[in-house]
Design a protein around this ligand. Structure first.
Ligand SMILES: NC(=O)c1ccc[n+]([C@@H]2O[C@H](COP(=O)([O-])OP(=O)(O)OC[C@H]3O[C@@H](n4cnc5c(N)ncnc54)[C@H](OP(=O)(O)O)[C@@H]3O)[C@@H](O)[C@H]2O)c1
Length: 329
C-alpha cells in the first residue's frame, strides 16, 4: 500500500481506503464488517469512512464494535464521521452549531473512540452561516474531539468562504473535501476545485470510484438480483441506471471493457487506477458488499504500470468528458 498526504496536511492516508455507505448494517452484518475491516487493515488501508446518516447511525455502531473487538492501536488508523443527516427534527440535521456538536458526540459514542480523525460536513447547509459551522468545527478541534475537518460536495465558492471566515476569525480552516469522483463524475475534482489545491492545499477523499458498481460492468446485461440497485431505499439508483443517461453510460462501460480486456485488466481495476492516477486525489474510498469484492479491488494496485499515458489517452477518448477549464494535472 502506498500513502499520500491529505492535501497539505501531514496526515498520511492510504491510497485506497474503505467506506461503509449502503453496506454496513444493510448488506454487511457485524461479523462480516469485522472480517472486511481486518482484510482492509492487513492490506495497509488506514482510513475507514463513515457518517451519521449511514443506516441511521447503525453503520457507525457496527464499525465501532469492530474497532473495539479488533483492538488496533488507536494511532494506527484514521476514522471519520460526517454530519448533516441525523434525524427528522429540525435540530437533528444541517450544520448548525448545535447539530455539529450533537452529531460529533453521538458519532464518538457509536464509533467507541475518543476522537474523530476526520469530520466532514456531509453537504452544504444554506440555512446556517458558514462562520457558525467553521467555529463549531474549530471548537471541536480545540477540545481534542476532532483532528481535521472538511466538507463533502461543497462548491469551490463555499470552501473559499469557509477559508475566508477562518482567516477573519482566526479559526481552523477545512483540510479536505469528499467529492464524488469517477470516470463519469469529474467536474468538481478536475474543474471547480482546481484553484483550491495550490491556494489552500485541499485534500480529497473521493467517493463512488466505481459509480456504485456500474464501472465493474455488472449492469451491462441487466440488473443482477444481489446488487445495490435492487435494495429497498435505493430505487433512485435503479432509476438512474435505467434512465437514458444511465444507458448511455453503460455503452461507455462496454467500450471501456474492450480496452481493459485488450490491456489485460478487469475494467474495475482500470477504473480504480484511473482515479489514483490523479495526484489531486488523496485517497480512493472503496465500497464493497462482500469480502471477495474488497479483496478483488485491492488487487488493482498490482497493475499500476498498465495505466500508461497511451492507455490514459485512450480512456480519455472513450469518455470524451474532460471538464473544460484548467488542465487535469
Ligand atoms: N460523502 C458522500 O456523500 C459519499 C457518498 C457516497 C459514498 N461515500 C463514501 O465512499 C465509499 C465508497 O462509495 P461506493 O460504495 O459508492 O463505491 P463504489 O466503488 O462506487 O461502489 C461500491 C459497490 O459496487 C459494487 N462493487 C464494488 N466492487 C465490486 C466488484 N469487485 N465486483 C462487483 N461489484 C463490486 C458493490 O455493490 P453491490 O455488490 O451491492 O452491487 C459495492 O458495494 C462509501 O462507502 C462511503 O464511505 C461518500
Amino acid at each position: 500500500m502506498q500513502y499520500r498526504r491529505l492535501g497539505k496536511s501531514g496526515l498520511q492516508v492510504s491510497e485506497f481506503s474503505f467506506g461503509s455507505w449502503v453496506t454496513f448494517g444493510k448488506q454487511v452484518d457485524q461479523s462480516d464488517a469485522k472480517t472486511m475491516m481486518t482484510a482492509a487493515y492487513d492490506a495497509g488501508i488506514n482510513f475507514f469512512d463513515n457518517a451519521e446518516g449511514y443506516e441511521a447511525g447503525n453503520s457507525e455502531t457496527l464499525m465501532g464494535q469492530a474497532l473495539t473487538d479488533l483492538g488496533w492501536s488507536r494511532d494506527s488508523y484514521i476514522v471519520s464521521s460526517k454530519v448533516f443527516w441525523g434525524g427528522a427534527k429540525p435540530t437533528q440535521r444541517g450544520l448548525s452549531r448545535k447539530h455539529v456538536m450533537d452529531a460529533a458526540h453521538a458519532a464518538l459514542r457509536r464509533l467507541q473512540v475518543d476522537y474523530l480523525d476526520l469530520y466532514f460536513c456531509h453537504r452544504p447547509d444554506v440555512d446556517t452561516p458558514i462562520v457558525e459551522t467553521v467555529r463549531a468545527m474549530h471548537d471541536l478541534i480545540q477540545q481534542g474531539k476532532v483532528l481535521y475537518w472538511g466538507t463533502s460536495e461543497w462548491s469551490a465558492q463555499q470552501i473559499t468562504e469557509a477559508h475566508a471566515a477562518a482567516r477573519e476569525w482566526h479559526l481552523t480552516p477545512p483540510t479536505m473535501e469528499q467529492p464524488q469522483y469517477n470516470l463519469f463524475e469529474r467536474d468538481k475534482v478536475e474543474g471547480d476545485y482546481t484553484p483550491l489545491y495550490d491556494t489552500f492545499g485541499l485534500g480529497t477523499t473521493i467517493w463512488s470510484p466505481l459509480a456504485s458498481g456500474i464501472l465493474t460492468g455488472k449492469y451491462n446485461t441487466g440488473i443482477p438480483n444481489d446488487s445495490r440497485v435492487n435494495l429497498p431505499g435505493y430505487e433512485w439508483l435503479r432509476d438512474m441506471v435505467q434512465s437514458e443517461d444511465g444507458q448511455a453510460r453503460l455503452e461507455k462501460v462496454k467500450d471501456l471493457a474492450k480496452l481493459a480486456d485488450e490491456i489485460g485488466l478487469p475494467i474495475h481495476h482500470m477504473a480504480l487506477l484511473w482515479c489514483l492516477s490523479n495526484p489531486r486525489v488523496s485517497t480512493v474510498i472503496l465500497g464493497a458488499s462482500r469480502l471477495s469484492q474488497l479483496q478483488d479491488n485491492l488487487k488493482a494496485r498490482d497493475a499500476k504500470d498498465k495505466l500508461t499515458p497511451e492507455v490514459l489517452a485512450r480512456i480519455e477518448k472513450i469518455m470524451d468528458n474532460k471538464p473544460a477549464g484548467p488542465q487535469r494535472f
